[in-house]
Ligand binder design. Sequence first.
Ligand code: PLP
Length: 383
Amino acid sequence: MKLYKRVPIRLVSGKGSRVKDAEGREYIDVLAGIAVNSLGHCHPAVVEAVREQAGRLIHCSNFYATEPQAKLAELLVTQSGLGKIFFCNSGAEAAEGALKLARKWGSKNGRGGGVITMDGSFHGRTLATIMATGQPKYRDGFDPLPSGFQTVPFNDLEAVKKAVTKDTCAVMVEPVQGEGGVRPASREYLEGLRRFCDEAGILLIFDEVQCGMGRTGFLFAYQGYGVTPDIVTLAKALGGGVPIGAVLARESVAEVFQPGNHGTTFGGNPLATAAARAAVTALIEEKLPERAREMGDYLVSSLQEATRGMEVIADIRGRGLMVGVELTIDGKPVVEKMLEKGVLGNCTAGKVMRFVPPLNISKADLDEVVRVFVESLRETIDG
Ligand code: PLP
């Protein structure tokens, strides 16, 4: 189906922050599979875990407990401080799981199923998550749509306060909006949301599918804000490239789910959880959240330096190695020129160049990315 506008190259292999195409040309990958390959391509610990587990037990069913799933659950529950976890296969499924959990909790706590989300947000492509997503273009042509969703401006606490009614069960927000243009929430906003949700007796959900797993400088983005949500969704970098998603929740919230209320055939199967355990362990052991903080600062200052005085730069922002450069012009031609010069870049929300490289990318590769980006930008402006 013609669902993706493909870039005219065919990728065949990858190592670290570099990938090769079928012609043997090498590229620096600053998109990293859309913030998935945080450990770089084919990290040896993930490759080994997949090889080993594939020869032992690939899949059984969630009717049976397995060691890889139990060990990953223990690792994430311990690291997050949230009491319970559910495994699924993708970010959209994690968001769906979080929404269903919030609604079940609402139904048992005298509230309705209303959910408030943010303008510019992105939570996935299923029917419920396109409603949660604060970008109407994703809903176009998919009527009839699920009800009970309302979006309000991002980083605006008063707007949330006004929108909440007795039927609201949860507020869902990305600590750093990804697809919406790499927009970080402010600390005051998330602190205010936490206080307000507690007072109103509703749940706070953080979608960390894109900003989680070390990218913003902390294993969980909320740890960098000092604000703990009731429910967190994860996917993307969690599996080191193998598809897996997860919903973490406070124990008192998670307990509203009883056997049969929700589930999935593949979610948390031995192969995916063995890969994810290796990936999360490597992220922690190699101190990649800390490195993301350090390299993120370096990338932002390099970009500021290299673009000084250029009028097409509207803003440079981000947290850790989730960096956006907002342009005053369409970013697509810049991405195309970067590709010709050996860098896999990306533009989101029309004008925001998105830099989400592997967290272990070298300084030299980042320097090259900045050089290629600025050269491509200058050539685009000069026509
Ligand atoms: N939530 C956020 C914040 C995302 O960035 C994405 C994907 O970009 C999703 C959910 C959906 O994830 P997936 O594409 O794995 O379904």
